[in-house]
Design a protein around this ligand. Sequence first.
Ligand code: FDA
Length: 395
Amino acid sequence: MAETFDAVIVGGGAAGLMCALTAGQRGRRVLVIEHANKVGKKILMSGGGRCNFTNTGTTPANYLSANPHFCKSALARYTPWDFIAMVERHRIAYHEKELGQLFCDESSKLIVKMLVDECMAAGVRINTGCSIERIVRGEGDSGFRVHTTQGAVSSASLVVASGGLSIPSMGASGFGYELARGYGHTVLPTRAGLVPLTLSGKHQERLQDLSGVALPVTASCNGRSFSNQLLITHRGVSGPSILQISSYWQPGDDLRLDLLPGRDAMDWLLTQQRERPAAELKTVLGDAMPKRFAQRLCELWLSNKPMKQYNAPELKQLAATLSAWPLVASGTEGYRTAEVTLGGVDTDEVSSSTMMSKRVPGLYFIGEVIDVTGWLGGYNFQWAWASGHAAGVAV
Ligand code: FDA
């Protein structure tokens, strides 16, 4: 006889562990199946090893989805403060870095330990190094029989928490998407998000040797703007502003950088002309951004001369270029370095309150596998916790 569970959860990542501990605390018999050798690998590597585990400013507006309303219910029922309460109960020290982003003072390991301890206290079984061989639905729509490399189990509910495609070396797989398709679900096209952009040809050559230079910018594309640091890399550009805008950018889209963020470029140039008439543009710009970058701008994109020699139309042109400098990206670094996967299981076919499939009773989708993707800054974990909790109270 196969062992019987109330819920089998495929994937021991952020969403799967949250779902497991929530269901376990309700007295449900829960099994987590994780194919990697340990659970929570992405949590461990997140936030530079300190896990940006939530964002206190989380709202549905911080997420991308074909249906922007879908995430509202789960986010409202499990808030950042609910997760913070658990973190505090486990005496994990944390701090706010910027813009509501909460990080562990010590290590992401503490977040994984907290989730696993909660699972153990709730009687959850976790099988690591365990792969799914085949899943068979029970007769009359009653549950699932899950055949794994560690034996077969039966379960009333099957929760897909297998995450997205980013960082395949950490255990990411297309399992959830394939399973969803197999049960007749629509899977919206997936692509890498929160990912560095690549440059090619002359665009790359012009910046490549500035690799390591960082500057504040406002990156804008398709009606979205993010103000934060940009980092020039060997292959292109990265940094928080670029990672954020990458989720809204697709090849061919117009991407602009305001190189004087927070300032009116024309006012600033006029002030510089009045106050430093003999100074050259590259010197003046070098006080507002890294000198090497200012010099490169003046060599390749702007005409350099003493400020007093610019006439009004020229200043206007300078201001226009500096506040909307076109960045011609050729692509992204892809899933190898992306933090998240955009797209995924279509939310139209999933209940927003329970995360249960509208096609297959007892089948649930949570976390990144669904077409809900957060901005950079702790929003993706908050979605994993909230959607995991929503399914955890339902299974
Ligand atoms: P997650 O990927 O966490 O878990 C899925 C699990 O399923 C994995 O353990 C995987 O091995 C397992 N699995 C896959 N296929 C399987 C199969 N067939 N059988 C069994 N198991 C299977 N977010 C944030 O809010 N703050 C941050 O600081 C960061 N930092 C960060 C850094 C880096 C480098 C990355 C790549 C990502 C982040 N993120 C982040 C994003 C965040 O990690 C991500 O959104 C969540 O982990 C998603 O949670 P899930 O549980 O959905 O997937």
